[in-house]
Write a protein that binds this ligand. Sequence first.
Ligand code: IPM
Ligand code: MG
Length: 361
Amino acid sequence: MTKNILILPGDGIGPEIVAEAIKVLEHLRATAGLAIALDEAPVGGAAIDATGEPLPEATLALARQADAVLLGAVGGPKWEPLPIAIRPEKGLLGLRNQLGLFANLRPAILYPQLADASSLKPELVAGLDILIVRELTGGIYFGQPRGVTTLEDGTRQGRNTLIYHESEIRRICRVAFHAARKRNKRVCSVDKANVLECTELWRQIATEVGADYPDVTLSHMYVDNAAMQLVREPKQFDVLVTTNMFGDILSDAAAMLTGSIGMLPSASLDETGKGMYEPIHGSAPDIAGQNLANPLATILSVAMMLRHTLDQPAAAERIERAVSDVLDQGLRTPDILSPGMYRVGTAEMGDAVVAALNKGP
Ligand code: IPM
Ligand code: MG
């Protein structure tokens, strides 16, 4: 049966990197019989410009109907003066929330070819393979009450709320333990249980869930220590599971270990495995439209889509092999460029991946 994929290019470098991912999808449709239909809609700043809203009703409706969503990136300086409630980022957060995409998988894998591009010594990152499981529809990102209020004395007070129901903690922990079972069978739950009651509950629930997975080893770590351990000895981790905001922060740190944030894909899944796929980097407005952006994170997000939602693991592996192949050829966008390698632009990188797919079985 044909699967419907909704493409949301978004802002900044979003349209450029998504165009390269579409080349890969079209190639698989033409050569591997991948039964897909692509549709496209605006989100973020592009949607604000077109309709006045970051997540138009029509875009949300298409996203609900789609089997999977591929998103580029949202946001940019043009829309920063707008109130938070109608900024481009609200388009992304609205999609996550409205589609119930509570489980965000952010793998940080070091391609051996890029060991030189990491900011850490090669021996600390060689073979790095971490999975960050980030809770995506709760916590301080969505908690009420929130906002800035003016007090009686005329001064202003800002407020956000960190709130988790035990059911939200339980379901994300289950995702982490399931993932660990297919990997190295270790889960580290990250919290701030020494200060925040909400994450003390997080720790208790993680422990309870862990009892159902006796084959997986559970450890706990405070988030400040986790940040330090990620840059001290990252290979100690297998699966990390954490709150929405801690996951946002730690996944950027983990990304840099792999050489460039331009390499990391992500999957955001609902209870049924339906998902939205996006690179973890942002819209990078400073380099937008200049053929400088790295499309590999978006292309690798397509691989995650094939594996997690479209049930095409062989096609996913083909893409991952093709990415490895272009890195073997020495092709590098500026973010991962190192001495002796060949500098290519966004479109050339996409073309090279398609050419490498052609070579494969
Ligand atoms: C991410 C991004 C988003 C987030 C922004 C763009 C709203 O940083 O996906 O990591 O904070 O979740
Ligand atoms: Mg982030």
